[in-house]
Design a protein around this ligand. Structure first.
Ligand code: FAD
Ligand SMILES: O=C(O)[C@@H]1CCCC=N1
Length: 381
């Protein structure tokens, strides 16, 4: 059988690409190396932040549609995928990064509340706002139920006639008008191919002669115990947060209210150490956990500053932390979605839509120049 499209990788981006293809009546095969569901890539775990708070208008515009598409999936699958919590953004008040996000939120009319220092603790109890920091709340942000969302996208894909073959690792790709994809247990052909292989994208793309400057990081996903149960809970309306430029570390720290593990709040560092995706769990680098402990002691006094649970996940980062959404430079029927740089989950429905559009030969709904492969020319590292 010849498929209209094969999608490699059933993480959130590949699953949503397959979902849109099947809804457009394209005969689609979704290939996944591990037996589903699995926790060895980037899309596992119960929760992710969804927000529009971005410095760049192109992300904000994509998120405006993404919220609608998430709601559509909720209806189609009959499951709740989004919980409204709001997002507290804290960072040096006069710093460039904080000001850029603040002004882009205001310019794009994103519902926002600016909290003055004197009123901060009345709205956000149990958090110490760092001296010199400003605080803004994006009121429509919240939590996505990640595992549930992944299952829902895959289920709707199958309802629309899509085929998933899991436990099949792609070991070779032969480009051509008809692309041949070989796995460790079969060979498939399709007119189009979408590669959404997450941390394995760099290796898989090298089979097609393409080298992308992607770096894979292992992330310690830390949960911290509330001293008084419920004090940072989703049920008590505690928001998600992002702390820009914390004193303890070079990169942002972010957190989600206690929810999936009652009594434990997820607080993570937006960076990790380089890893081979097949060796992720052999690594035990916990340097970032010390920085998190210091931040928690100082700013979240209601949490025990020693993690109660540490899980693992991976980021696949590009040099500028923007995604790669483009056609293969040598083969126009191969489309690539990669390098989601630790912030791609919330965009899943829109990323899937544009990858589907490109693989159907249509013009993508968004200007994808910020995500082009050519931006790495001359700066391949
Ligand atoms: C700790 C953590 C917190 C995050 N928080 C947020 C957040 O709050 N908000 C947000 O928007 N984003 C967040 N992200 C980022 C988001 O989760 C990722 O950007 C997103 O999940 C990437 O999805 P993906 O489909 O590209 O990759 P993956 O989920 O890794 O999917 C790729 C799939 O391809 C498969 N594959 C690879 N090679 C092959 C092969 N040869 N053959 C067959 N299959 C193959 C893999 O097994 C895998 O299942 C977070 C990420 C982490 C790790
Ligand atoms: O994408 C997100 O919203 C989260 C929080 C900030 C850092 C990365 N992921």
């Amino acid at each position: 059988m010849v498929y209209e499209c094969i999608v490699i990788g059933a993480g959130i981006q590949g699953s949503f690409t397959a979902y849109h293809l099947a809804k457009n009546n394209k005969k689609t095969l979704l290939l996944e190396q591990f037996v589903l569901p699995h926790s060895r890539g980037s899309s596992h775990g119960q929760t992710r932040i969804i927000r529009k708070a971005y410095e760049h208008d192109f992300y904000i515009h994509m998120m405006q549609e993404s919220y609608k598409l998430w709601a559509e999936l909720e209806k189609e699958a009959g499951v709740k995928l989004y919980r409204h919590t709001g997002l507290l953004l804290m960072g040096p008040e006069n710093g460039k990064d904080f000001q850029l996000i603040k002004s882009s939120m205001q310019r794009n009319k994103i519902p926002t509340v600016v909290l003055e220092r004197h009123e901060f603790s009345q709205h956000i109890p149990n958090v110490n706002l760092t001296s010199g920091d400003g605080a803004i709340v994006e009121t429509t942000a919240g939590v996505l139920y990640a595992d549930r969302a992944l299952r829902a996208a895959q289920a709707v894909f199958q309802t629309h006639g899509g085929t998933i073959k899991d436990g099949e690792k792609v070991i070779n790709i032969e480009p051509g008008d008809l692309i041949t994809v070989t796995t460790d247990s079969g060979t498939y052909q399709a007119k189009n191919l979408v590669i959404t292989a997450g941390p394995w994208a760099k290796t898989l793309l090298s089979h097609t002669g393409l080298q992308l400057p992607l770096q894979v990081l292992r992330i310690n996903v830390c949960y911290w115990k509330e001293k008084i149960p419920g004090s940072y809970s989703i049920n008590n309306r505690f928001p998600c947060f992002i702390q820009m430029q914390p004193k303890e570390a070079e990169h942002d720290i972010y957190g989600l209210p206690s929810n999936e593990y009652p009594g434990l709040m997820k607080v993570c560092y937006h960076m990790g150490s380089e890893t081979d995706p097949d060796e992720r769990d052999r690594q035990t680098d916990r340097r970032e956990v010390d920085a998190l402990s210091g931040y928690i002691s100082r700013c979240f006094p209601g949490l025990v500053p020693v993690p109660a649970v540490v899980e693992s996940c991976m980021y696949t980062i590009t040099p500028d932390k923007h995604f790669v959404l483009d056609r293969h430079p040598s083969y126009s029927n191969i489309v690539i979605g990669a390098g989601f740089s630790g912030h791609g989950f919330k965009f899943g429905p829109v990323v899937g839509k544009v990858l589907c559009e490109m693989s159907m030969g249509q013009n993508p709904s968004y200007d994808l120049s910020p995500f082009s492969i050519h931006r790495f020319n001359g700066n391949p590292k």
